[in-house]
Design a protein around this ligand. Structure first.
Ligand SMILES: Cc1cc2nc3c(=O)[nH]c(=O)nc-3n(C[C@H](O)[C@H](O)[C@H](O)COP(=O)(O)OP(=O)(O)OC[C@H]3O[C@@H](n4cnc5c(N)ncnc54)[C@H](O)[C@@H]3O)c2cc1C
Length: 389
């Protein structure tokens, strides 16, 4: 089998790339073993550049803002092409501080976010409950960040897959074991069943498993690690009206918990952040802690149905930034590994960043410059390139 481009990995990053590359006229094969453990299917679906903005992550904030700006038109086209609704919500994030210590920390973050030009509205406890009437009167106060959105990541992932298939992307259910190269030019991939797929351009988008793909520079493989997140999916009993309308991000005695409402009545409660390697078990302690913290701010959570517990692996990197591009000049393909591109390390924001990552990779594939916001996120910041495989 041959193609113009092989994409290794069919999470939201790989499928968004495959769809947009095929829409740009390229012949694309996507390879994924489809084990059902993609982080994309676990995520909470927050599109939250504002409430995710942290001290010292200015470059990440800029690419996340670009991502949010792009998400609306990308989702609209996706819904148009597939006829599937992706559950985009634009109500914003209500950040809640449970006690005075939590409030002081929230105020420091809010000052920082405002200094970056982001919109924030401080609210006392009563004003918080005016927005979300089921919040406990005990909350100390909060801040509304109206710039954040959310999407139903499972509906979004399903729509991407449908769009990709409609665009004639061929799907191979297998695992890429390595990138094949000769004379400094990529020539395709090897797959686990022993076969090869020929292509002059390869995009490795295998999430936290990117580190297992042979043929990538060793420093790059070492830079990507799994960061475990456990999360709960709750459902309203029949006839119960929605208990929240905004995404709520609460800090309860120094511990963060979020609740994300879906249009179809689901409420996502998440998430842990654990350095446990590729462990996908759900623990009793995590379920207890998430429910305890959620119920501290929103007691009515106890009346919802615990529909699903799950765990996923975020592709983390040493600087929390994504890794997008190639190994040549200007971050494009080239310099000893012509035709090799990677799109991974999206950590906590891969759903949000999937449209702009696809735009950047398609730009590289077609010889165009990507948006300037990608400059800090070259694979070269970790990989010395040729000779370090
Ligand atoms: C609990 C939790 C909550 C999150 N919440 C949010 C959120 O609110 N907002 C947000 O934007 N992001 C969130 N994220 C992060 C987001 O889920 C990830 O950044 C994103 O899903 C990464 O997408 P991906 O396609 O790179 O990886 P994945 O979705 O993990 O997909 C990787 C794919 O590669 C395939 N694969 C693996 N190895 C190979 C191989 N060798 N060959 C071929 N294919 C291979 C796998 O089968 C898989 O399908 C969350 C993550 C978690 C775990």
């Amino acid at each position: 089998m041959t193609a113009d481009v092989v994409v290794a990995g069919g999470g939201v990053i790989g499928t968004a790339i495959a769809w947009r590359a095929a829409a740009a006229g390229l012949d694309v094969v996507l390879v994924d073993p489809e084990r059902g453990d993609a982080a994309s299917l676990v995520a909470a679906g927050m599109l939250a550049p504002v409430s995710e903005a942290l001290f010292g992550e200015g470059a990440l904030l800029r690419v996340n803002l670009l991502a949010l700006q792009r998400f609306g038109s990308f989702a609209a086209e996706l819904e148009d092409v597939t006829g599937h609704r992706v559950g985009l919500r634009r109500e914003g994030t209500l950040a809640i501080a449970y006690d005075p210590g939590d409030y002081a920390a929230l105020m420091r973050l809010t000052a920082f976010r405002r200094s970056a030009g982001l919109e924030a509205e401080e609210l006392d406890s009563r004003a918080c409950r005016k927005l979300e009437s089921f919040l406990t009167p005990d909350v100390h106060g909060g801040v509304l960040f109206p710039g954040d959105w959310s999407v139903d990541n499972r509906r979004y992932a399903a729509a991407l897959r449908k769009a990709m298939t409609a665009a004639k992307v061929r799907i191979v259910r297998d695992r890429v074991t390595g990138v094949l190269a000769g004379d400094d030019q990529v020539r395709g991939v090897a797959v686990a069943d022993g076969g090869e797929i020929g292509a002059a351009q390869v995009v490795v988008a295998a999430g936290c498993w990117t580190s297992a793909v042979a043929g990538l520079p060793a420093e790059l493989r070492a830079a990507v690690r799994p960061v475990k997140g456990q999360l709960l999916r709750l459902r309203h009993p029949d006839g119960m009206p929605p208990v929240i309308t905004h995404t709520i991000r609460a800090t309860v005695r120094g511990v963060d918990v979020y609740l994300v409402p879906r249009a179809d009545g689901e409420v996502i409660v998440g998430a842990t952040q654990e350095e446990r390697g590729p462990d996908l078990t759900v623990t009793a302690g995590a379920v207890r802690d998430l429910l305890r913290d959620a119920m501290s701010v929103l007691p009515v959570t106890s009346e919802l149905i615990l529909a699903e517990t799950c765990a996923g692996l975020r592709p983390g990197t040493p600087d929390n930034g994504p890794i997008v591009g190639g190994f040549g000049a200007g971050n494009g393909p080239g310099n000893g590994q012509r035709g090799l591109l990677v799109a991974t390390g999206h950590y906590r924001n891969g759903i949000l960043m999937s449209p702009v990552t696809a735009d950047a990779i398609v730009a590289f594939l077609t010889g165009q410059p990507p948006a300037a916001e990608w400059e800090p996120f070259t694979p070269g910041r970790f990989a010395a390139g040729e000779g370090s495989r």
